[in-house]
Design a protein around this ligand. Structure first.
Ligand SMILES: Nc1ncnc2c1ncn2[C@@H]1O[C@H](COP(=O)(O)OP(=O)(O)OP(=O)(O)O)[C@@H](O)[C@H]1O
Length: 682
């Protein structure tokens, strides 16, 4: 494709080899919100007082005196997440314990904690702190603790009554993550038990801008409370016509906005995933050089879950004057967070959603339309600190066919991990009163997997075993906890700790597009002929032996931040393993033990080579190829492999693959009865 994109004429951007999109294809539709005063230029204290929620302080505190549970609905950006915990801080309700505020995503928990600490003129870790998986920024002084819903659920395993807390606020309840849904039931039960046992009370507050308040109200047996007041106006524009290529439509819109709006109006773009985001970031950077507007500059940031945490937080920092910040994100930026400076949102209208297929037993990642609630949340990001505009690259008519809200995760997720956590709490998921009951087949699949992992005695009589209890102590998927618990028997605990830590980390490879060959050459030094897992282990071992890690990572095209993160995760896993009394041993150079041990947890992810060169998976009997990013991609095709994940797109690919001997499978996991087809190629 011709790389010379350019701006031509007054209202048209032409992208050679593609059709033209005119600016007036984007027609002004209607205002979503009433416009109020602009807040910029005020001190933080003045800004806080102007937030709509500020006027509702007394009402909220009064309601809490007579009710143990509050269901609060208020506009996005009205101040629910940042202000309500501060109202509670010095109230009588908070005297007996910490205030917990859950978020579905770690980036939200971290950035909101920073903002609230700033508003209270303190530092994170003092009165205000956060806890996300593998990172705790709290102290004995912490009174308001932002944490992911997963972390709070894990804490409930140690203390089902959540005695540490006086108030629990479950924020962004409309997202309906499995963890928040389960927590609703757990906190309700804790309230009840604390009351019976005459322990200090526990208040529960559920907040959202777009939840189905009737459904929640019925389940909790409370009435909803609406917080009136709106923040800044957001002008919403839809395309006049259907856009077959939304990436193109987004690109055109970016440059039109860049050309026509003041340079301090930053842009937030919603796309579906890492690949799309990186492609668009590259295109914008290249085009910005050619199409510079006056002496202005653009800075492009990306924000998606696989990005290292430090990188994720970069877009929250201010950029120099005369520079426009452009953030390209997945739905990770859809709720809760405020990226300072954003005045324009461009929404592609799609999201990548993970769902579990109960028939095939596999997780599938697919791109689907967002819901109306998600579209509202996305547009809301444009009006956080001033009035803004949201460009939707889909028509108003198209939006009519969107669902009102996304399907609750509990109805489409793999429930193995949640089922085990609940069993550790003494709860059988089948008998637990949830907001929506999960699919029966998903539950029975979860039980079968847990039985095969040795976490429960039988899928028919799901009693947790002592191994299952140990598994629930690790903040990991049960498959990976099992690897750590089996490793001492295989004599490879040191190696498995390192491997599980690296697998819990985002990509450690750096592959700059302009230095691809050099990077491939550097990575080849660590290659294990058996596959990706042992290659990762080689890298981690060398990293630990190296003194000048920064230089070494640079020379070897490896991501130092992610490797340091892996080291930190390893320390924490080691700490838990020590507490559980696991023995530490190393297999040295005999890495066959590591490969054998992998079968104990990942037996569901075995695939066998077929005559035509493709692989057949043991679970779901899918045909797939080895992903090009694997070190096993190429001419040599092992007969039997274990993979970390299967990506189901147009073509199926196995990611992170390692060779195993088919004979080992019967020894290690004899309960897998139907192994006949493993020997097809013999
Ligand atoms: N990190 C931040 N930097 C600057 N301003 C912020 C930050 N976080 C919040 N704010 C300001 O506080 C306002 C209220 O944010 P808050 O997250 O409390 O709203 P909310 O009602 O919880 O929104 P949502 O429903 O979208 O989560 C924002 O609109 C913004 O003006």
């Amino acid at each position: 494709m011709d790389s010379k994109y350019f701006i031509s004429g007054k209202s048209t951007i032409t992208v050679p080899s593609k059709r033209k999109i005119k600016l007036n294809d984007l027609t002004d539709q209607k205002c979503l919100y009433l416009q109020t005063k602009q807040l910029s230029g005020c001190s933080i204290e003045e800004e806080r007082k102007k937030l709509p929620v500020f006027n509702c302080r007394d009402r909220i505190l009064k309601e809490l005196e007579t009710n143990d549970t509050l269901l609060i609905m208020g506009e996005t950006g009205s101040g629910k997440t940042t202000q309500i915990p501060q109202f509670l801080l010095y109230s009588a309700h908070a005297r007996n314990g910490v205030i917990a505020v859950t978020q579905p995503r770690r980036v939200a928990a971290i950035t909101i904690a920073k903002r609230v600490a700033q508003e209270l003129s303190t530092t994170v870790g003092d009165i205000v702190g956060y806890t996300v998986r593998f990172e705790d920024m709290t102290s004995h002084k912490t009174r308001i603790r932002f944490l992911t819903d997963g972390v709070l659920l894990r804490e409930a395993i140690c203390d089902r009554l959540l005695r540490k807390y006086s108030i629990i606020m479950l924020d962004e309840a409309h997202e309906r993550t499995v963890n928040t849904d389960v927590l609703l039931g757990i906190v309700k039960e804790a309230q009840h038990k604390r009351c019976i046992q005459k322990l200090p009370g526990l208040k529960l507050i559920i907040t959202s801008a777009t939840m189905d308040i009737d459904h929640f109200g019925k389940y909790l047996n409370v009435r909803g409370m609406y917080l009136e007041g709106r923040t800044h106006s957001v002008r919403v524009l839809n395309t006049k016509e259907h856009q077959a290529d939304y990436m193109h439509a987004v690109l055109v819109t970016v440059f039109e906005v860049h050309r026509t709006t003041p340079i301090n109006h930053d842009i937030l773009i919603f796309l579906t995933g890492k690949e799309e985001i990186e492609v668009l970031a590259q295109q914008i950077r290249q085009l910005a050089k050619i199409n510079s507007v006056g002496s202005s500059d653009v800075r492009v940031f990306t924000l998606y879950s696989q990005l290292a945490q430090g990188k994720q937080l970069e877009c929250f920092l201010p950029v120099p004057l005369n520079t426009r910040k452009i953030v390209i994100a997945t739905n990770i930026a859809e709720t809760s967070i405020t990226i300072p400076g954003i005045r324009c949102v461009i929404d592609c209208g799609f999201v990548k959603e993970k769902s579990y297929s109960p028939t095939s037993g596999l997780d599938i990642l697919q791109t689907v339309r967002i819901s109306k609630a998600q579209a509202w949340q996305r547009s809301g990001r444009a009006g956080r600190d001033a009035p803004g505009t949201c460009y939707r690259t889909y028509t108003k008519e198209e939006m009519l066919s969107f669902e009102n809200s996304a399907e609750p995760e509990i109805l489409r997720a793999n429930l193995t991990s949640t089922t085990l956590q609940l069993l550790a709490l003494g709860i059988n998921i089948q008998d637990f009163n949830l907001l929506d009951s999960p699919n029966v087949k998903c539950i029975s699949n979860a039980y079968t997997t847990l039985e095969n992992l040795g976490a429960i005695k039988s899928a028919k009589l799901p009693n947790i075993t002592s191994l299952g209890r140990l598994m629930s102590q690790f903040p990991l998927d049960p498959k990976y906890s099992k690897l750590l618990l089996s490793a001492p028997t295989f004599g490879c605990m040191e190696e498995m700790l390192s491997l599980v830590a690296v697998l819990s980390t985002e990509n450690i490879y750096v592959n700059p597009p302009d230095k691809m060959e050099l990077a491939t050459l550097a990575h080849a030094k660590f290659k294990s002929k058996y596959g990706d897992h042992l290659t990762l282990l080689n890298i981690y071992k060398c990293f630990e032996k190296t003194e000048k890690t920064k230089l070494w990572c640079h020379d070897n095209f490896l991501n130092i931040r992610n490797l340091i993160y892996a080291r930190n995760v390893r320390c924490q896993l080691l700490e838990i393993s020590t507490k559980l009394g696991l023995s530490f041993n190393s297999c040295g150079e005999n890495l066959d033990s590591v490969r054998k041990c992998l079968i104990t947890g990942l037996f569901g992810n075995i695939a066998v080579l077929q005559k035509d060169g493709e692989y057949l998976t043991i679970t779901g009997r899918h045909r797939a190829k080895i992903h090009p990013s694997s070190v096993l991609h190429g001419s040599y095709k092992p007969k039997c492999v274990i993979f970390a994940e299967m990506v189901l797109t147009g073509r199926n690919f196995l990611r992170q693959v390692v060779e195993i001997n088919s004979e080992w499978v019967e020894d290690v996991v004899p309960f897998i009865k139907d192994l006949s087809y493993i020997n097809i190629e013999k």
